[in-house]
Design a binder for this molecule. Sequence first.
Ligand SMILES: [Zn+2]
Length: 1008
Amino acid sequence: MIKTEKTLHLKSCRGRTVRVVREHYLRERVPCCSSLCQADCDHDGKVLPGDLTHYMVPDAAVVVDFLEILEFRELQGVVFTQTACQALQSKGRRYYNRLRSLVKDPRHDCVLFANEFQEYSYCPREKGESQDKWMTRCVYSAAVWYYNHLAGMMNIVMITEDQEAVAQYSSLNSGVFVISIQDYLQNFWPELQAAHELYSSISQVLQEQEGEDSQKEFAEHLPAEVLEAGIKSGRYIQGTLNVSKHRVQNEAFITTEGLSTKNTDMSSDVLVFGGKHRNRAVHGDVVVVELLPKSEWRGRTTSLTQGQGDEKNEDDESSAMPTGRVVGILQRNWRDYVVTFPTRDGTQNQSRNSQRILAIPWDRRIPKIRISTQQAEALQDHRVVVRMDSWESTSLYPNGHSVRVLGRAGELETEVQTILIENCIHVPPFSDAQLREMPLNSPEKPWKVDPVQVRRRRDLRATHLVFSIDPHGCEDVDDTLSVRRLGDGTLLELGVHIADVTHFVPEGSLTDLEARTRATTYYLADRRYDMLPAVLSSDLCSLLGGVDSVMWELDAQTLAVNKVWFGRTLIRSSYQLHYELAQALLNGEPAHVPELAQVASEDKDAKLAELTHALEMLTHIARHLRAQRDRGGALELEGVEVRAQLDEDRNITALVPRQPLEVHETVAECMIYANHWVARKIQESFPSQALLRRHPPPRQELFSQLVETAKAQGFSVDTRTNKALADSLDQAVDLQDPLVNRLLRMMATQAMSQAMYFSTGAQPQDQYYHYGLALDRYTHFTSPIRRYADIIVHRLLIAAIAMDTGAEPKAPGSNKEVEETAHHINSKNRAAQRAQNLSMALFQCLYFKEKDPQTDPRCVADAVIYAVRDNGVLVFIPEYGVKGPVYLRNKEGQVVSVGPDGGCDWQSGSVRRHHDRISTESASGSATFRLFDHITVTDQEPASRRPGGHSGGGRGQLVQEVVQEAVRLVQEAQQREARPRLSKEEREFSQSRTPNLYSLLEEVRELA
Ligand SMILES: [Zn+2]
């Protein structure tokens, strides 16, 4: 080991440069991480393959400025030098962490080389040499070292943007090439269009970084140590910035974590009002705020927002709340954003540099982003993925660069991609390396159960009638059922058999890693993105292979559990039923069972009877299980579920509400039972590292709307326990109007907290409770094909079974690891849910877009009022499962007036809100709209560009003509409003009125 000295120039927090001399130790042996290594380097971790044409070594400046390009998984054999890594570190922690996770991720073919510790690769800085030149020399020296260390068996390509370096080094050593990024991409990756585009986008930004305005638009952020001291002393408050969906320009709230503040009256969020006080913080950033004097506190706005420009100060406000201003930012949580390139209509700043445009984010909570581009013309009205780079105090907008073009706004594919990106859902096709891990299954070479497995597993193939029941056309079947009488008939045996995915997905394999990253299969209205490759999700796992089973021996009379058995089995599924078919069999209706099509009729009758009998036994058991949970307080909640019926070209032909069948509940009940028993088993075996799912009781204050609404209707809803809630919801039935009960249940659902996964070591046992299901322990075991949580649970169960036979306890992860995984899955699940809702809303919009609200009766629908606001009501349209606002006052101050025939129009007048009703006064009289009143509304086509969406007027029991008359008037009024009248604030800070197909529907959902 050789000791030397290294001089560093570090920047202090206050911006001064400090010269530091450090001792620096050089070693002869620093691992090269290549499989071609001739020197027996110690490798633990990733190793670059030997069968590439070259290794690529990026210069430090390339890593700093173009890391995004190096993140493409297609690039192979990348060597990051320590020099580059340190250079990136000085750019910020966020970037440094990205590089670290890149180097760790086995799906990326890159390694880190500690070149500055390698005796023969290290070069000290020379007198007068600039930092940049020295770093480039270090990286080149590392490239040369690699070439020599691998004995010339691998060409090395160094890429740099320094043209002098290209000239100086490129012909110095044969086998070590020095070229620019652009040359590199053109020579080696001509097909990787996305990388080329990204390159030109980033270099454009770099060229224009000089010459910014110098006038200050915002206060400077305070240095980190001042912020930290301020938080400690209680002067400042730390939290995450949440921009209000309905008041994007003015209202943002700071959600404080754990209330680590000394201000005792800080029980609520902190309001940040206006762009200046938001001080360049972006939705999702972790910020530090200082409270304003109490005289400057404000309330939050309470009326329905009637459009994006409608943020006047005279809006109705709640009582004043703590209000503050952002003084610093602890962590930027910027992600990829989808923006629309605006139509070039002259409002853009073209005076100084016509290449700069203000792109409009899809997510309205994100400010416009300034992009330098030469494609502004070509990309008008296109959606583009961008990243933000910086937001200087001299700029009204953040700067960013484009990453990739999605397509024209409003087209289905563009919109679906937008939904995915906006929810950080990344679902690339499975890589070859991942697919190579999969078992083979083809017509020529069908997959067979391994004979070793046959010996190890309990074989149910000859003894048990096993079948599955799933939605029609379901491809990813992973759960099957069996039920039979035992012995003399005093016992029943119920079995739940779940695809044994973990057999094919070993822990730590590439497939496992990918599945973990995705965490779930993503279901959109017209497609799905699988968590696992298709060979598993649709072929192997369910019907052919082994399964993990839970089997209960039940007393045939009382259905009490006699015995429960967990283990690995072999099954043969005899029937793949769908719900409607199973229900038909139960109802004794004629039914066509495809599996029996070829069977002779005598046999067929016997088999049909056998199957039907099994279904009946299942129903009987499930009713009993359900009643048992009901006694514990299980809730029956109401979700709005509507299915889009699509034709081959993915056009929507109808929106169909889901029909509830008893067999749905039967299957669900058996799955719940299996999940519950597996939860018990793994929690007992692994008390501090099992993955369970809990559902915390809701916060009581969230029930107030439900309680108030029910009261207005004469019902009393008791929300103290789930049992009380379930019972009182059962009582709250209006015989005249079944919608009342449905709406109350929907409100109860909305008040619920979300169920989430957790590690048993991270919560006290009294927190394990599942409120909605009324079970003391619960987990997910029954869908390992589409949920990663279930994969972990299967591993836990197998380990628990092994422990029963005397094996050493071997949990798949520590408490900390399981808890981390739980967090990750929870957040991915929320994203999946949002994406699903958005895609459903997208299709609803597309459905109505085709229809003319004036002539198409499908646009006119019955709606029921479920909430009253200051200037309108919220309604639910059962036919389409849509909720939406109906305004009773427009921006001109006119109110809806109801004529003697029930038709509606706009007249000047006033509107008055009471707690259970809202009334309008105009020259033609007064009109009152009460909770649970039925009204007729039109579903506004979204292309009318009017934010706010579904709207209209008219009271219940209207004659069709009158409705249409009313509808027309309302629409005309709305179209008048739709013309852009950009306020000054809007021009400066927020969004334009570019059509956004479903932001309005999203808004509606949030309101509800
Ligand atoms: Zn080596």
